[in-house]
Design a protein around this ligand. Structure first.
Ligand code: ATP
Ligand code: MG
Length: 396
């Protein structure tokens, strides 16, 4: 007979994806194993709709394990549990009681015991098991803790499987979907605050990210490109893997600067970026583009501007930050560790080429008509840029 502490890992929405469920479960299992591979005697197993993480030699050091896996996309929660091979109900009630009392916060006034019995051969019903264990706890607490079946402050969960599990509290995971389970997208990653957050949110929904950074030497320094590299590396800590294209953009910028009116320059630059990013997407078999645009944040992000820019893309553009406030975005950047990279002062290409009075209500039709006059030449420059692109890959 043994009793030891283990971790139960729950995942949510994968269960919605019927056909691919096993595939996603395996992907998630691989991710967990990869992140825990440095630890000894760790076993990660899939068991009836959730994962079990245990130490084959005894108690699991949950304090060491959880930080390594708490950010994995697709995981909805972690339950600190004990697992026991005991089957006798009277003994189980004692084990459950001791575990519960050890984990009971001081202020709690009422509780409930809830049993899930997936081993249908177990001789008592769920209700009987809950009642028996509840009674033992009630007596042990000298009746100071009431039983509350409807809205208890705390619940002791009991799961009767091949072994028996007890847990009380669970820690929320980041949720989302396993990385890569929603296809691929190309993220336009600048050195700013917004696009890394947009990338994180999209990756959390299961989209594998290929990032594209437009680099404009000598107007932007190598340290600005380093920012993009470091941001991609930071995103890879969550995603596991990010490929980054560093596209030389100077010639396109210089060309556009001499061919369009200053107040329209940003719109044309953004269109050129979307075009090149769409080509990268095609090469990568990606199905969408992702930007860090947030409505009205700057002149080029009014809805008019977004509409005038959008038609240059061959693919749908996701803008996960469109309806978010700057402060919410900054808060999130801090949480995911991109803030301190984005805050570094190096200029990006848009800051260098920005007009003093950019137009904020461009007309898409007029923009497209103007662009048509030099599109062939722009296209050639895009080919050259893509040929000269530097590709790097970042892993966890
Ligand atoms: P960010 O904080 O992401 O830089 P921003 O508020 O500075 O955004 P813009 O510079 O207008 O806004 O950029 C809007 C979006 O265009 C960015 O979120 C990003 O997706 C894309 N973008 C801008 N500059 C670049 C660049 N140099 N390389 C790649 N993408 C870029
Ligand atoms: Mg920017």
């Amino acid at each position: 007979m043994y009793t030891k502490s283990v971790l139960l890992v729950k995942y949510g929405e994968i269960s919605l994806r019927k056909g691919n469920r096993a595939h996603f479960e395996h992907a998630l299992l691989d991710t967990l194993r990869l992140r825990l591979k440095g630890m000894e005697n760790i076993r990660v197993a899939r068991e009836q709709g959730r994962f079990l993480i245990e130490n084959t030699a005894g108690d699991l050091d949950t304090a060491a394990v959880v930080p390594l896996i708490k950010d994995v996309f697709g995981i909805t929660g972690f339950c600190y549990a004990i697992k026991t091979s005991e089957r006798d109900l009277a003994r189980l009630a004692e084990i459950g009681r001791d575990f519960f009392i050890k984990n009971l916060p001081e202020h709690v006034k009422n509780f409930r015991v809830e049993t899930k019995r997936s081993d249908k051969n177990y001789p008592s019903t769920s209700t009987e098991i809950s009642a028996t264990i509840g009674e033992v706890i009630f007596m042990a607490k000298d009746e100071k803790l009431a039983v509350e079946l409807r809205r208890p402050e705390i619940t002791l969960w009991v799961e009767i499987r091949n072994d028996v599990y007890f847990y009380v509290n669970s820690l929320r995971g980041v949720g989302g979907l396993p990385y890569g389970s929603s296809g691929k997208g190309v993220l336009l990653l600048s050195g700013g605050f917004d696009s890394p957050v947009a990338g994180y949110l999209t990756a959390r929904r299961g989209v594998e990210i290929v990032a594209v950074y437009f680099h404009s030497p000598p107007f932007t320094s190598e340290r600005a490109a380093d920012k993009a590299r470091d941001l991609a590396a930071q995103l890879a800590k969550f995603a596991g893997k990010i490929r980054l294209y560093i596209v030389p953009f100077t010639d396109i910028q210089v060309f556009l600067k001499s061919n369009v009116a200053e107040e329209k320059l940003t719109i044309f630059l953004k269109r050129a970026m979307l075009r090149v990013a769409s080509r990268v997407a095609k090469k990568e078999n990606a199905l969408c583009l992702v930007t860090g645009d947030s409505i009205g944040q700057v002149a080029s992000q009014t809805i008019h501007s977004l509409a005038a820019v959008e038609t240059a893309a061959f693919l749908p553009i996701l803008r996960p930050l469109a309806a978010m406030d700057k402060q919410d975005i900054i808060d999130m950047a801090e949480k995911i560790g991109t803030y301190e990279i984005s805050v570094r002062p190096y200029e990006d290409c848009c800051t260098v080429f920005v007009a003093k009075h950019p137009e904020n209500k461009p007309n898409a039709t007029i923009i497209e008509a103007m662009e048509a006059r030099f599109l062939a030449e722009l296209s050639k420059l895009s080919d050259i840029a893509i040929n000269d692109t530097q590709i790097c890959e970042f892993r966890l």
